[in-house]
Design a protein around this ligand. Structure first.
Ligand SMILES: Nc1ncnc2c1ncn2[C@@H]1O[C@H](COP(=O)(O)OP(=O)(O)OP(=O)(O)O)[C@@H](O)[C@H]1O
Ligand SMILES: [Mg+2]
Length: 292
Protein backbone atom coordinates (compact mmCIF):
# COMPACT_ATOMS: atom_id res chain seq x y z
CA UNK A 1 0.00 0.00 0.00
CA UNK A 2 1.22 3.41 -0.89
CA UNK A 3 -0.32 5.54 1.83
CA UNK A 4 3.13 6.68 2.85
CA UNK A 5 3.48 8.24 -0.59
CA UNK A 6 0.62 10.64 -0.03
CA UNK A 7 1.47 14.29 0.14
CA UNK A 8 0.57 16.25 3.23
CA UNK A 9 -1.96 18.30 1.24
CA UNK A 10 -3.50 15.11 -0.02
CA UNK A 11 -3.78 13.61 3.41
CA UNK A 12 -5.33 16.81 4.73
CA UNK A 13 -7.84 16.69 1.92
CA UNK A 14 -8.74 13.06 2.46
CA UNK A 15 -9.12 13.44 6.19
CA UNK A 16 -12.23 15.54 6.41
CA UNK A 17 -15.62 15.20 7.97
CA UNK A 18 -14.65 14.24 11.47
CA UNK A 19 -17.62 13.31 13.57
CA UNK A 20 -18.34 10.68 16.15
CA UNK A 21 -20.07 8.66 13.46
CA UNK A 22 -17.14 8.96 11.08
CA UNK A 23 -14.94 7.22 13.61
CA UNK A 24 -17.03 4.09 13.54
CA UNK A 25 -15.07 1.34 11.84
CA UNK A 26 -16.73 -0.31 8.87
CA UNK A 27 -19.57 2.20 8.84
CA UNK A 28 -22.40 0.78 6.81
CA UNK A 29 -23.95 3.01 4.21
CA UNK A 30 -27.14 1.18 3.44
CA UNK A 31 -29.21 2.23 0.43
CA UNK A 32 -31.68 4.87 1.40
CA UNK A 33 -35.23 5.28 0.27
CA UNK A 34 -35.98 6.46 -3.26
CA UNK A 35 -37.06 9.77 -1.83
CA UNK A 36 -33.64 10.51 -0.40
CA UNK A 37 -32.56 13.37 -2.62
CA UNK A 38 -29.12 13.43 -1.02
CA UNK A 39 -28.16 10.36 -3.02
CA UNK A 40 -27.40 10.90 -6.66
CA UNK A 41 -27.00 7.18 -7.24
CA UNK A 42 -28.38 4.18 -5.39
CA UNK A 43 -27.39 0.72 -6.47
CA UNK A 44 -29.53 -1.87 -4.71
CA UNK A 45 -29.21 -5.65 -4.98
CA UNK A 46 -27.54 -5.39 -8.41
CA UNK A 47 -27.02 -8.79 -9.97
CA UNK A 48 -25.35 -9.55 -13.29
CA UNK A 49 -25.14 -13.06 -14.73
CA UNK A 50 -23.91 -14.62 -17.94
CA UNK A 51 -25.73 -17.83 -18.88
CA UNK A 52 -26.77 -18.16 -15.24
CA UNK A 53 -23.18 -17.77 -14.05
CA UNK A 54 -23.49 -15.12 -11.37
CA UNK A 55 -20.80 -12.49 -11.69
CA UNK A 56 -22.26 -9.60 -9.66
CA UNK A 57 -24.09 -11.17 -6.75
CA UNK A 58 -26.48 -8.60 -5.35
CA UNK A 59 -24.46 -5.53 -4.47
CA UNK A 60 -25.76 -2.31 -2.91
CA UNK A 61 -24.07 1.03 -2.46
CA UNK A 62 -25.00 4.71 -2.62
CA UNK A 63 -23.25 7.83 -3.79
CA UNK A 64 -24.36 11.13 -2.29
CA UNK A 65 -24.50 14.36 -4.27
CA UNK A 66 -21.01 15.78 -4.64
CA UNK A 67 -19.44 12.65 -3.13
CA UNK A 68 -16.39 10.88 -4.47
CA UNK A 69 -16.79 7.11 -4.17
CA UNK A 70 -14.19 4.48 -4.99
CA UNK A 71 -14.92 0.97 -6.19
CA UNK A 72 -11.96 -1.25 -5.46
CA UNK A 73 -11.16 -4.92 -5.77
CA UNK A 74 -8.78 -7.19 -7.57
CA UNK A 75 -8.97 -7.97 -11.27
CA UNK A 76 -12.17 -9.80 -12.21
CA UNK A 77 -14.07 -8.73 -9.08
CA UNK A 78 -16.72 -7.03 -11.20
CA UNK A 79 -15.83 -3.34 -11.04
CA UNK A 80 -16.12 -2.59 -14.76
CA UNK A 81 -19.24 -4.69 -15.10
CA UNK A 82 -20.86 -2.66 -12.31
CA UNK A 83 -19.99 0.55 -14.17
CA UNK A 84 -21.30 -0.88 -17.45
CA UNK A 85 -24.58 -1.83 -15.78
CA UNK A 86 -25.00 1.69 -14.41
CA UNK A 87 -24.23 3.18 -17.82
CA UNK A 88 -26.58 0.77 -19.59
CA UNK A 89 -23.62 -0.67 -21.44
CA UNK A 90 -23.54 -4.20 -20.03
CA UNK A 91 -22.93 -6.83 -22.74
CA UNK A 92 -26.08 -7.91 -24.57
CA UNK A 93 -25.87 -11.44 -23.19
CA UNK A 94 -25.74 -10.18 -19.59
CA UNK A 95 -28.78 -10.63 -17.36
CA UNK A 96 -29.01 -7.56 -15.15
CA UNK A 97 -31.41 -7.17 -12.22
CA UNK A 98 -31.84 -5.05 -9.12
CA UNK A 99 -32.29 -1.31 -8.86
CA UNK A 100 -30.05 1.46 -10.16
CA UNK A 101 -31.64 4.70 -9.08
CA UNK A 102 -30.03 7.77 -10.57
CA UNK A 103 -31.44 11.14 -9.54
CA UNK A 104 -34.68 9.42 -8.56
CA UNK A 105 -35.14 7.41 -11.80
CA UNK A 106 -34.75 3.64 -11.87
CA UNK A 107 -32.38 3.11 -14.79
CA UNK A 108 -33.25 -0.57 -15.10
CA UNK A 109 -36.98 0.09 -15.36
CA UNK A 110 -37.48 2.66 -18.10
CA UNK A 111 -34.95 1.70 -20.73
CA UNK A 112 -35.76 4.10 -23.58
CA UNK A 113 -36.11 7.23 -21.55
CA UNK A 114 -33.02 6.36 -19.64
CA UNK A 115 -30.64 5.80 -22.54
CA UNK A 116 -30.89 9.47 -23.30
CA UNK A 117 -30.77 10.45 -19.66
CA UNK A 118 -27.69 8.40 -18.79
CA UNK A 119 -25.65 9.81 -21.63
CA UNK A 120 -26.52 13.29 -20.59
CA UNK A 121 -26.20 13.18 -16.87
CA UNK A 122 -23.63 10.45 -16.35
CA UNK A 123 -20.23 11.15 -17.86
CA UNK A 124 -17.86 8.28 -18.53
CA UNK A 125 -14.09 8.34 -18.57
CA UNK A 126 -12.51 5.11 -19.81
CA UNK A 127 -9.32 3.37 -18.81
CA UNK A 128 -7.60 3.73 -22.13
CA UNK A 129 -8.25 6.98 -24.00
CA UNK A 130 -6.21 5.83 -26.99
CA UNK A 131 -8.52 2.93 -27.75
CA UNK A 132 -11.65 4.91 -26.89
CA UNK A 133 -10.97 7.63 -29.45
CA UNK A 134 -11.52 6.86 -33.10
CA UNK A 135 -8.17 6.96 -34.93
CA UNK A 136 -9.67 7.85 -38.31
CA UNK A 137 -11.54 10.94 -37.16
CA UNK A 138 -10.09 14.23 -35.96
CA UNK A 139 -10.68 15.23 -32.36
CA UNK A 140 -12.93 18.04 -33.61
CA UNK A 141 -15.05 15.62 -35.57
CA UNK A 142 -15.49 13.39 -32.49
CA UNK A 143 -16.25 16.25 -30.14
CA UNK A 144 -18.70 17.65 -32.69
CA UNK A 145 -20.55 14.33 -32.94
CA UNK A 146 -20.95 14.13 -29.19
CA UNK A 147 -22.01 17.78 -28.95
CA UNK A 148 -24.61 17.27 -31.68
CA UNK A 149 -26.12 14.38 -29.71
CA UNK A 150 -26.32 16.36 -26.49
CA UNK A 151 -26.95 19.84 -27.82
CA UNK A 152 -28.59 19.51 -31.25
CA UNK A 153 -29.68 23.14 -31.18
CA UNK A 154 -26.13 24.50 -31.49
CA UNK A 155 -24.93 26.09 -34.73
CA UNK A 156 -21.59 25.22 -36.39
CA UNK A 157 -19.95 28.28 -34.87
CA UNK A 158 -21.37 27.55 -31.46
CA UNK A 159 -20.06 23.99 -31.65
CA UNK A 160 -16.61 25.28 -32.50
CA UNK A 161 -16.74 27.76 -29.62
CA UNK A 162 -17.85 25.03 -27.24
CA UNK A 163 -14.94 22.83 -28.36
CA UNK A 164 -12.59 25.67 -27.49
CA UNK A 165 -14.18 26.13 -24.06
CA UNK A 166 -14.08 22.39 -23.37
CA UNK A 167 -10.44 21.95 -24.32
CA UNK A 168 -9.34 25.03 -22.39
CA UNK A 169 -11.23 23.69 -19.39
CA UNK A 170 -9.05 20.60 -19.44
CA UNK A 171 -6.00 22.81 -19.89
CA UNK A 172 -5.24 21.97 -23.48
CA UNK A 173 -3.94 25.42 -24.28
CA UNK A 174 -3.05 24.55 -27.88
CA UNK A 175 -6.71 23.64 -28.37
CA UNK A 176 -6.83 24.54 -32.06
CA UNK A 177 -4.00 22.16 -32.88
CA UNK A 178 -5.63 19.44 -30.77
CA UNK A 179 -8.94 19.87 -32.60
CA UNK A 180 -7.21 19.23 -35.92
CA UNK A 181 -5.29 16.23 -34.64
CA UNK A 182 -5.99 12.52 -34.75
CA UNK A 183 -5.79 10.58 -31.50
CA UNK A 184 -2.55 8.84 -32.51
CA UNK A 185 -0.92 12.26 -32.80
CA UNK A 186 -1.67 13.04 -29.15
CA UNK A 187 0.08 11.79 -26.03
CA UNK A 188 -1.83 9.53 -23.62
CA UNK A 189 -2.26 12.41 -21.19
CA UNK A 190 -3.60 14.73 -23.91
CA UNK A 191 -5.99 12.04 -25.10
CA UNK A 192 -7.29 11.53 -21.59
CA UNK A 193 -7.82 15.28 -21.27
CA UNK A 194 -9.89 15.09 -24.46
CA UNK A 195 -11.90 12.22 -22.94
CA UNK A 196 -12.51 14.23 -19.78
CA UNK A 197 -13.64 17.16 -21.95
CA UNK A 198 -15.94 14.80 -23.85
CA UNK A 199 -17.42 13.41 -20.63
CA UNK A 200 -18.43 16.94 -19.62
CA UNK A 201 -20.33 17.76 -22.84
CA UNK A 202 -23.72 16.66 -21.52
CA UNK A 203 -23.28 18.67 -18.29
CA UNK A 204 -23.31 15.50 -16.21
CA UNK A 205 -23.93 15.37 -12.49
CA UNK A 206 -22.08 12.07 -12.03
CA UNK A 207 -18.80 10.96 -13.56
CA UNK A 208 -17.81 7.32 -13.77
CA UNK A 209 -14.08 6.90 -14.25
CA UNK A 210 -12.91 3.31 -14.77
CA UNK A 211 -9.20 3.24 -13.96
CA UNK A 212 -8.75 6.58 -15.73
CA UNK A 213 -5.01 6.79 -15.23
CA UNK A 214 -3.86 3.17 -15.42
CA UNK A 215 -2.73 3.39 -19.03
CA UNK A 216 -0.76 6.60 -18.48
CA UNK A 217 2.84 7.29 -17.41
CA UNK A 218 3.21 7.66 -13.67
CA UNK A 219 4.09 11.37 -13.92
CA UNK A 220 1.02 12.06 -16.05
CA UNK A 221 -1.27 10.04 -13.78
CA UNK A 222 -1.04 12.62 -11.00
CA UNK A 223 -1.74 15.49 -13.42
CA UNK A 224 -4.81 13.80 -14.84
CA UNK A 225 -6.20 12.90 -11.41
CA UNK A 226 -5.59 16.47 -10.29
CA UNK A 227 -7.51 17.76 -13.29
CA UNK A 228 -10.34 15.30 -12.76
CA UNK A 229 -10.72 16.22 -9.10
CA UNK A 230 -10.56 19.91 -9.96
CA UNK A 231 -13.43 19.48 -12.43
CA UNK A 232 -15.41 17.50 -9.87
CA UNK A 233 -14.99 20.21 -7.26
CA UNK A 234 -15.61 23.15 -9.60
CA UNK A 235 -18.77 21.67 -11.06
CA UNK A 236 -19.89 19.97 -7.84
CA UNK A 237 -20.05 16.58 -9.55
CA UNK A 238 -20.19 13.17 -7.92
CA UNK A 239 -17.54 10.61 -8.85
CA UNK A 240 -17.49 6.85 -9.04
CA UNK A 241 -13.81 5.99 -9.37
CA UNK A 242 -12.72 2.47 -10.18
CA UNK A 243 -9.13 1.84 -9.22
CA UNK A 244 -6.65 -0.71 -7.95
CA UNK A 245 -4.62 1.98 -6.26
CA UNK A 246 -5.54 2.46 -2.62
CA UNK A 247 -3.16 5.41 -2.41
CA UNK A 248 -5.27 7.08 -5.07
CA UNK A 249 -8.43 6.18 -3.16
CA UNK A 250 -7.05 7.85 -0.04
CA UNK A 251 -6.17 10.93 -2.06
CA UNK A 252 -9.34 11.31 -4.03
CA UNK A 253 -12.36 9.66 -2.44
CA UNK A 254 -14.51 10.09 0.61
CA UNK A 255 -16.31 6.76 0.54
CA UNK A 256 -15.52 3.37 -0.91
CA UNK A 257 -16.86 -0.07 -1.68
CA UNK A 258 -14.63 -3.14 -1.63
CA UNK A 259 -15.66 -5.82 -4.09
CA UNK A 260 -14.47 -9.42 -4.17
CA UNK A 261 -15.79 -11.89 -6.77
CA UNK A 262 -18.96 -9.84 -7.25
CA UNK A 263 -19.73 -9.43 -3.54
CA UNK A 264 -19.23 -6.46 -1.27
CA UNK A 265 -16.80 -7.13 1.54
CA UNK A 266 -16.78 -3.68 3.05
CA UNK A 267 -18.10 -0.20 2.37
CA UNK A 268 -18.06 3.13 4.12
CA UNK A 269 -15.75 6.04 4.70
CA UNK A 270 -12.33 5.73 3.08
CA UNK A 271 -10.66 7.08 6.17
CA UNK A 272 -12.28 4.47 8.43
CA UNK A 273 -11.71 1.55 6.10
CA UNK A 274 -8.09 2.32 5.28
CA UNK A 275 -7.21 2.99 8.88
CA UNK A 276 -9.14 0.07 10.30
CA UNK A 277 -10.15 -2.50 7.69
CA UNK A 278 -12.61 -5.01 9.11
CA UNK A 279 -12.61 -7.65 6.42
CA UNK A 280 -9.61 -9.84 5.76
CA UNK A 281 -9.96 -9.25 2.02
CA UNK A 282 -9.59 -5.48 2.56
CA UNK A 283 -6.68 -6.17 4.88
CA UNK A 284 -4.99 -8.19 2.18
CA UNK A 285 -5.61 -5.45 -0.37
CA UNK A 286 -4.03 -2.99 2.03
CA UNK A 287 -0.99 -5.17 2.51
CA UNK A 288 -0.59 -5.06 -1.24
CA UNK A 289 -0.91 -8.82 -1.46
CA UNK A 290 -3.54 -8.57 -4.15
CA UNK A 291 -1.94 -5.82 -6.18
CA UNK A 292 0.31 -6.54 -9.10
N1 LIG B 1 -19.18 -10.57 -21.71
C1 LIG B 1 -18.88 -11.38 -20.69
N2 LIG B 1 -19.19 -12.68 -20.70
C2 LIG B 1 -18.91 -13.50 -19.66
N3 LIG B 1 -18.29 -13.08 -18.54
C3 LIG B 1 -17.93 -11.79 -18.47
C4 LIG B 1 -18.20 -10.86 -19.53
N4 LIG B 1 -17.74 -9.63 -19.16
C5 LIG B 1 -17.20 -9.79 -17.93
N5 LIG B 1 -17.32 -11.08 -17.53
C6 LIG B 1 -16.83 -11.63 -16.27
O1 LIG B 1 -17.20 -10.77 -15.22
C7 LIG B 1 -16.20 -10.74 -14.23
C8 LIG B 1 -15.94 -9.33 -13.81
O2 LIG B 1 -15.36 -8.64 -14.89
P1 LIG B 1 -14.98 -7.09 -14.79
O3 LIG B 1 -14.47 -6.70 -16.12
O4 LIG B 1 -16.09 -6.33 -14.21
O5 LIG B 1 -13.77 -7.15 -13.73
P2 LIG B 1 -12.94 -5.93 -13.14
O6 LIG B 1 -13.11 -5.94 -11.66
O7 LIG B 1 -13.25 -4.69 -13.87
O8 LIG B 1 -11.43 -6.41 -13.45
P3 LIG B 1 -10.16 -5.52 -13.94
O9 LIG B 1 -9.59 -4.92 -12.68
O10 LIG B 1 -9.25 -6.55 -14.51
O11 LIG B 1 -10.61 -4.51 -14.93
C9 LIG B 1 -14.98 -11.43 -14.80
O12 LIG B 1 -14.81 -12.65 -14.12
C10 LIG B 1 -15.31 -11.66 -16.23
O13 LIG B 1 -14.84 -12.89 -16.66
MG1 LIG C 1 -12.19 -3.45 -15.15
Amino acid sequence: MKLSKLSKATQDKSIQAKSAEDNQPNLRLEPNSKENVQNILQVADLKVSFDFKKVIKGISFDIAKGETHALVGESGSGKSLTCSAILGLAPENAQVSGRIIFEGDDLLEAKDKILNLRGKRIGYIPQNPMTSLNPVKTIFSQLKETIQIHKPQLSKNEIFDLCQVLLLQVQLKNWEKVLNSYSFELSGGMSQRVMIAMSLIGDPSLLIADEPTTSLDVTIQAEIMHLLLEMIEKKNLSLLLVTHDLGLVAQSCKTMTVLERGEIREKGLVESILQNPQHEYTQSLLKGAKFG
